[in-house]
Design a protein around this ligand. Structure first.
Ligand code: FAD
Length: 320
């Protein structure tokens, strides 16, 4: 006779998990942008996010600045970086080298993406390149295996993209969910969504994903809805159409203060809608500006864990 299981005697956790908080940053393009970015980083650091993600430019164009930023985040701040990486612009061999370099420098989270072919017709998919994000997830797991001693048998956290509205190249939303499931099966731990402007899009994606067997957390990517120019530009790039009523209100705002008030409230409503649909966290696209992100955060009142602050400049002293 087998011994009775102990599992039923464990109590159900009564405390719900705190809401995860993360920000997206992009590597600066010049010195002025770098100064602005570092002010933003220090302001955002004070909110104790769980991680900050660093984008990887189309076709790896900003590879060096991305790696420099990731290194500085690791050595000069208390922030945990999540490095975006794309198949486009690098061969599989080059990608394996970049992944190794990231791990050697202490990065423990990678957002595995396919990327988009550059608009100027430069290098897209070619010989020796990976075709899909799923292939990159598998490559990261293979590099991780070779470095298991360095990682003390721990795992790299691998994120992938998910789409509340159909990916522009995809035949259907069902296909998008199948792709997400395939990325999970290949080793993805979590997903961050493309922008969306209606919380029901996020809720619907999560419902369809769960029905199809996707179990990983799907974190909503929330964009500050304060700039009509940025909203329109993003619609061109991602194919996601912004709410026309919001665009109209932003365009008709009396001044920048009024525009920001409208945009921040719309962003808070969007994030709250996603949280009401069960979102386990909020990933804020900052565009390297902290003002709107902090305004949104203040109004959101997220339940966050209390952590004692530690920075590399002020290491904790061990008391014997
Ligand atoms: P994939 O998952 O590979 O999907 C790409 C297309 O191929 C989709 O149409 C999908 O349906 C199809 N597909 C995938 N797998 C299969 C398969 N096995 N069989 C058939 N069809 C398949 N871009 C950047 O360049 N740099 C960034 O830093 C960056 N960060 C991003 C962060 C987030 C949170 C998101 C949502 C997107 C980001 N992007 C970034 C944009 C992203 O690269 C594009 O959306 C890109 O077009 C698709 O990337 P993916 O990882 O979803 O690709």
């Amino acid at each position: 006779m087998s011994p009775p299981s102990l599992i039923p005697s464990y109590p159900e956790p009564s405390v719900s998990a705190p809401v995860a908080l993360s920000y997206e940053l992009f590597p600066p393009r010049n010195e002025v942008a770098e100064q602005t970015l570092w002010r933003t980083i220090h302001e955002l650091e004070s909110t104790q996010p769980d991680y900050v993600s660093v984008t990887y430019g189309a076709s790896g164009s900003n590879r060096d600045t991305a790696l420099t930023l990731l290194n500085r985040l690791l050595t000069e701040t208390s922030l945990r970086p999540l490095a975006h990486l794309t198949c486009v612009g690098n061969t599989a061999e080059e990608l394996a080298g970049i992944i190794s370099e990231l791990l050697d420098h202490g990065v423990r989270g990678i957002l595995a993406l396919r990327g988009d072919a550059p608009r100027d017709g430069g290098a897209g998919a070619g010989p020796g390149t990976l075709r899909y994000a799923q292939d990159l997830v598998e490559l990261i797991r293979r590099v991780e295996q070779r470095r298991s001693a360095l990682l003390a048998a721990g795992r790299v956290a691998i994120g992938v993209a998910a789409y509340p509205s159909k990916h522009p190249e995809s035949p259907s939303e069902e296909h998008d969910v199948e792709v997400l499931l395939a990325k999970q099966r290949s080793g993805a731990d979590f997903a961050i969504t493309q922008v969306f402007f209606d919380p029901s899009r996020y809720a619907d994606l999560v419902l369809r994903a769960r029905r199809s067997g996707v179990t990983i957390p799907i974190i909503p990517g929330v964009m500050p809805l304060t700039s009509p120019r940025r909203l329109t530009r993003l619609a061109e790039l991602s194919g996601v159409q912004p709410d026309v009523k919001l665009l109209d209100r932003l365009n008709r705002a009396a001044d920048d203060v009024e525009r920001r008030r409208i945009g921040v409230q719309a962003t808070v409503d969007l994030a709250n809608g996603a949280l009401d649909a069960g979102a386990p966290g909020i990933h804020l696209y900052t565009f390297n500006e902290h003002g709107c992100a902090l305004d949104v955060l203040e109004k959101l009142q997220l339940v966050r864990p209390q952590r004692s602050r530690q920075t590399p400049e002020a290491p904790r002293t061990l008391v014997s």
